[in-house]
Design a protein around this ligand. Structure first.
Ligand code: SAM
Length: 472
């Protein structure tokens, strides 16, 4: 039985409800009146539920698809402006006891180099990341209670926050580790993490169990109910995602939105972010072994539909995607991207020889952070290193309120410009600096509140004089 407020995985992600949703979508996707009503609801910024969004996903009419894209672009502009937040993943350890068939960390993989960073190695990694200009990290680790217990993760977080190198600082640490207990989520919350990210991989229970044949991750219910435990533990920014390519994308898409609706219904706040990773080639893994891969067209449509269905949820694209694909989906609603990522353990401080790789998967976008920043600015985006909301306690529904009241231009916009200015002063190439200074001048004018505009301009002037870390 489908029950959005149930705390049982199989009730809030009901297989029957998803099947009925897909049948409903097939029945209605050719019905112009029904489709028109759904588009109208989205136009009013009311979001869409999983049934409505699934109808649009099933639509093949090119005119409807173009309307979806236009609407997604407009909603992105209205709520997020032209800011794109930048982050990097930091792999702490690839020891793992699970058997995930798509991931090279799986226990049976004997030829991947197993590595776990010491605290000294973390200092080297974080220093290298700070020297690029990163301020926001997502830490990643395999699941291994002996090698990577929660105490290790907490120690790493402490170390990361403590490193101050030149003008560098990591101001927000997001965490992507395996599903855990309420007690452990409380500890992560107390350690000052930003978002807790956990990809569902697939919402299809039967496939989930086959794709995770062994290890603690095999337990579908424990994994699917993790976000409820995280929220019970005090973490109110959580990040969802499915690994596209594992199951049928229409099934996943409906499940993803049902999960978001569930969090909103139970905790009063939906997911902070949604990630849209696609399966990549990796050591011991051939993505063509998964026959549910999605094309770039379908991928773009999914991104646009996420944007119009959950307008207040950030959307993340990693370096799994190429520059070309990222360029295509950025205007459709993406709010965060990673840059200059390494998926190997220790890969920022030391280049790994190819024959002893510890990497999780191949990265498509291999540009440096400065190249990514430069590219964004040339397309008129503001690369943002902002971490202000979380540091000002604007998490969960408090961030949503800012978004819903359209205060982004008086708050996030100046914060983005100030953090970009820090980047330009401390890390940018001459060319990026030149483009960036002009961009900041132009973008300052867009701040509606004159007092905020003047203060932001004064702070930016102070940054040039050597001061750092201003925020609204
Ligand atoms: N061990 C944790 C867990 O189980 O959730 C941490 C996550 S892992 C370091 C990060 C994510 O990488 C996984 O959730 C999975 O979706 C993704 N991933 C694994 N193998 C991949 C592959 N071959 N291609 C692309 N993404 C992959």
């Amino acid at each position: 039985m489908y029950q959005v407020t149930s705390l049982k995985a199989e009730e809030f992600i009901s297989d029957q409800e998803i099947r009925e949703t897909l049948a409903y979508a097939d029945e209605n996707c050719g019905n112009a009146e029904a489709v028109g009503k759904i588009l109208e609801k989205a136009r009013q910024r009311k979001g869409l539920n999983h049934r409505e969004a699934s109808v649009l996903l099933a639509c093949t009419d090119e005119e409807v698809i173009q309307q979806i894209y236009q609407l997604a672009e407009q909603i992105k502009k209205d709520y997020y402006g032209n800011r794109i937040v930048l982050f990097a993943p930091l792999y702490l350890s690839n020891y793992c006891v699970n058997g995930c068939v798509y991931c090279p960390y799986h226990l049976k993989n004997k030829h991947i180099a197993r590595k776990k960073l010491t605290q000294e190695e973390i200092v080297r990694e974080v220093t290298a990341l700070q020297d690029m200009g990163h301020k926001r990290l997502a830490i990643e680790a395999g699941e291994d209670p002996v090698n990577n217990p929660i105490e290790y993760i907490l120690e790493c977080i402490d170390t990361i926050y403590s490193i101050k190198h030149k003008n560098g600082a990591i101001r927000r640490v997001n965490v992507n580790i395996a599903a855990t207990t309420v007690e452990n989520y409380k500890k992560l919350h107390q350690a000052g993490i930003g978002t807790y990210i956990l990809f569902q991989e697939t919402y299809h229970k039967e496939s989930y169990e086959k794709l995770h044949p062994t290890g603690p991750k095999h337990d579908y219910a424990y994994h699917t109910e993790a976000m409820d435990r995280a929220m019970e533990g005090g973490i109110d920014d959580v990040g969802l995602g499915v690994l596209f390519g594992l199951e049928m994308y229409r099934y996943e898409f409906a499940g993803l939105l049902m999960h978001a609706e569930h969090l909103e219904a139970v905790h009063g706040v939906g997911p902070h972010t949604i990630s849209v990773p696609r399966v990549k080639h990796a050591d011991d893994i051939d993505p063509s072994a998964f026959d549910n891969g999605i094309s770039d067209d379908v991928f773009a449509k999914i991104c646009a539909l996420i944007r119009i269905s959950v307008p207040y949820t950030g959307m993340i694209i990693s370096t799994r995607e190429s520059q070309a694909v990222r360029e295509r989906v950025l205007p459709l609603g993406v709010s965060q991207i990673s840059g200059a990522s390494k998926t190997s353990v220790g890969g920022y401080a030391d280049e790994e020889p190819e024959e002893v790789t510890s990497a999780q998967f191949d990265v498509s976008d291999q540009r440096t952070l400065d190249e990514v920043v430069n590219w964004l600015m040339r397309m008129n985006y503001i690369p943002s290193f902002c971490t202000a909301c979380y540091r000002e306690g604007r998490t969960g529904d408090r961030f949503m309120t800012l978004c819903k009241n359209m205060q982004i231009l008086n708050c996030c916009h100046p914060n983005a410009l100030m953090t970009l200015k820090e980047y330009l002063e401390d890390y940018a190439s001459e060319d990026s600096k030149r483009i960036g200074m002009a961009l900041i001048e132009r973008e300052l004018e867009k701040i509606p509140n004159s007092k905020v505009r003047e203060t932001a301009a004064a702070y930016i002037h102070d940054i040039e004089g050597g001061k750092r870390d201003f925020r609204f």
